[in-house]
Design a protein. Structure first.
Length: 222
């Protein structure tokens, strides 16, 4: 009996795999595994998850960070680095360093594109809803290949209560999904499929473990 999963988890995994460089990586390094994923994405992914070749995590809690200062340029510059450090404080897994930087840059740059200047002391405040729709992937050392997807909105607000008073913050609850590919275990599954594709398909069909995105905050830092 083949494993059964929620449609949402399968669609999310499909987005992570096929909307970023990880798809090219799988085709080039693990052609037989990629063939199996094309044959049956859901149940092949379940089998890879069961062996530890795929590790899945998610973060769906509300994000909130603020920055204040007396210098307009420095406050905004500090805000960008502050966002990155805030995201790191939520989970400092070193494998997520590039993802955190991409997300921090996106939040910072999208708001700046809409509001390149602070509000005047007369208008007091301004805000924008930053749309997030990102899928990306990258290698991390020789042991991991990281794929991730983030969808949602962040509300960014700037407040100026005086000539030398600057305050900005963001709040939102975007959905972050992460796929870690364990290269060692991926090679083992590739060897199996390359040696006997039907045996590999048989293992996939009999696997009963379902896809589960573990909470990122509960994961151990590496």
């Amino acid at each position: 009996m083949m494993a059964s999963n929620t449609t949402g988890n399968v669609l999310t995994l499909s987005r992570v795999i096929y909307s970023s460089e990880i798809s090219k990586h799988l085709r080039q390094q693990y052609p037989k595994v990629y063939e199996l994923l094309c044959w049956d994405l859901e149940n092949t992914a379940c089998a890879l998850y069961a062996t530890g070749a795929f590790e899945l995590f998610q973060f769906t809690k509300t994000l909130r960070y603020a920055q204040s200062g007396t210098n307009n340029i420095k406050t905004w510059s500090d805000y960008k680095e502050g966002i990155h450090q805030y995201l790191k404080s939520l989970n400092d897994d070193v494998r997520l360093g590039p993802a955190r930087q991409i997300l921090a840059d996106h939040i910072h740059n999208e708001h700046f594109a809409k509001f390149p200047n602070w509000p005047s002391i007369f208008s007091r405040s301004q805000e924008s809803n930053v749309s997030i729709d990102i899928s990306s992937s990258y290698p991390f050392s020789s042991y991991w290949y990281v794929g991730w997807s983030c969808i949602g909105y962040i509300k960014v607000s700037d407040v100026r209560s005086g000539f030398n008073s600057y305050y900005t913050d963001f709040e939102g609850k975007p959905e972050l999904k992460i796929l870690y590919c364990n290269e060692t275990k991926m090679k083992e599954f590739e060897t199996l499929a390359n040696g006997d594709m039907e045996e590999a398909k048989g293992l996939i069909k009999t696997n009963k473990k379902q896809l589960t995105f573990r909470d990122l905050e509960d994961a151990l830092s590496r």
